[in-house]
Design a protein around this ligand. Structure first.
Ligand SMILES: Nc1ncnc2c1ncn2[C@@H]1O[C@H](COP(=O)(O)OP(=O)(O)OP(=O)(O)O)[C@@H](O)[C@H]1O
Length: 341
């Protein structure tokens, strides 16, 4: 610890398409959906995170809700910056830390371009960071799962978030091969919206579709522990009147099949690109899943059937990346894979 280290406040940020988490002193201090509500006339941000999500789909014409990140990268720079700033403010900073300078480690998708990387760094700096380090999401997920990433041992990590699915083989503190596709949890949600419209002539909003996914979502049409059928309410496309229908998990499995198949295809292609020595390691260790999308029922089993490999889901998959980012923060001077500029 340096002489003036008490003047520096370190925070780890998992800046995600769906959720943003901030960890400080090993504790999750912010866990909010990545969304803001803005006054259209003045451009002023009126709500951030959960409050803004409550407004989503229910706004009048003077307020709009914006998701500053799409497919894992910043799509609206101004809103992203304000969101990060607002979330940092949510941390009740202790008095003695008021004038401290901020040092941040932020995770980014592995398939990100230089311009997209710049946008993350600039947003963090505008939000008050004096020093910014970036870490690739699969690396952060691996560390968060508890894998020793510096070992001469290959591990395959799949992080299925909201906007991107990141598949990476990690060994000796580096990403040996990776594949990032823009198909993940949010696509499952839109598949359900689309299916409800097409199959049941019922219009449901994004929040309802996500709830269906969480309550009766499934990657397989047959499950050992099936959830009960779920009552869905929305607007009848024909009559315009609100109505209720009952859906089963098998139906939802059918609706999600195409998107899951795209992720499976990417996994197979990542396995194909893996050097043989590391393939041998993965054969033994299997595949690790992290990210909220991996919580879909039966997804681990479906991937295991497809690859014939053991598949393990991280403990608390929604927080694995944030946990790993926070561990990286504590090892800033040791971990060579952190991106400094
Ligand atoms: N129980 C659940 N079953 C299925 N999906 C879930 C469940 N809980 C959360 N999700 C989904 O997980 C996704 C969010 O995951 P996560 O927070 O890991 O993504 P993110 O880090 O914000 O996104 P990205 O990594 O793409 O930037 C959302 O699409 C959400 O609907």
């Amino acid at each position: 610890m340096g002489l003036f280290s008490f003047l520096t406040q370190d925070i780890a940020i998992d800046l995600g398409t769906a959720n943003t988490l901030i960890i400080m002193d090993d504790k999750v201090v912010v866990d909010e959906p990545s969304i803001v509500a803005r006054d259209i006339q003045t451009g002023k941000i009126v709500a951030i995170g959960k409050k803004a999500r409550q407004m989503h789909g229910k706004t009048h014409k003077l307020i709009e809700t914006v998701r500053p990140l799409q497919d894992g990268v910043i799509a609206d720079f101004q809103c992203a910056e304000q969101m990060i700033r607002g979330m940092i403010k949510m941390i009740k900073r202790r008095k003695s830390l008021f004038n401290s300078s901020l040092r941040m480690v932020i995770c980014i998708p592995s398939g990100i371009t230089e311009v997209e990387k710049r946008a993350v760094r600039d947003s963090a700096e505008h939000a008050g960071a004096k020093e910014v380090y970036l870490i690739h999401e699969p690396m952060a997920a691996a560390i968060g799962i508890g894998i020793d990433v510096e070992e001469p041992m290959g591990n395959m990590i799949i992080d299925i978030g909201g906007g991107t699915s990141e598949i990476a083989v990690i060994a000796l503190g580096g990403i040996v091969s990776d594949k990032s596709i823009r198909v993940a949890g949010n696509d499952f949600t839109s598949d359900i919206e689309e299916y409800m419209r097409r199959q049941h002539n019922i219009l449901v909003g994004e929040r309802t579709a996500e709830q269906i996914k969480i309550e009766v979502g499934s990657a397989l049409p047959e499950l050992d522990n099936p959830p009960e059928d779920f009552a869905v309410r929305g607007r009848d496309l024909m009559t315009g009147i609100p109505k209720e229908i009952i859906v089963s998990y098998s139906e939802i499995a059918h609706a999600l099949d195409k998107s899951i198949a795209k992720i499976e295809e990417a996994i197979l292609s990542a396995l194909e690109m893996t050097p043989p020595e590391l393939s041998a390691d993965i054969y033994r260790t299997g595949i690790y899943l992290a990210g909220g999308g991996s919580m879909l029922r039966g997804l681990d089993k479906r991937m295991s059937l497809k690859t014939k490999l053991p598949v393990h889901i991280a403990e608390d998959p929604l927080r694995a990346v944030a946990r790993g980012t926070s561990i990286a923060l504590k090892n800033i001077n040791r971990f060579q894979f952190l991106i400094r500029d």
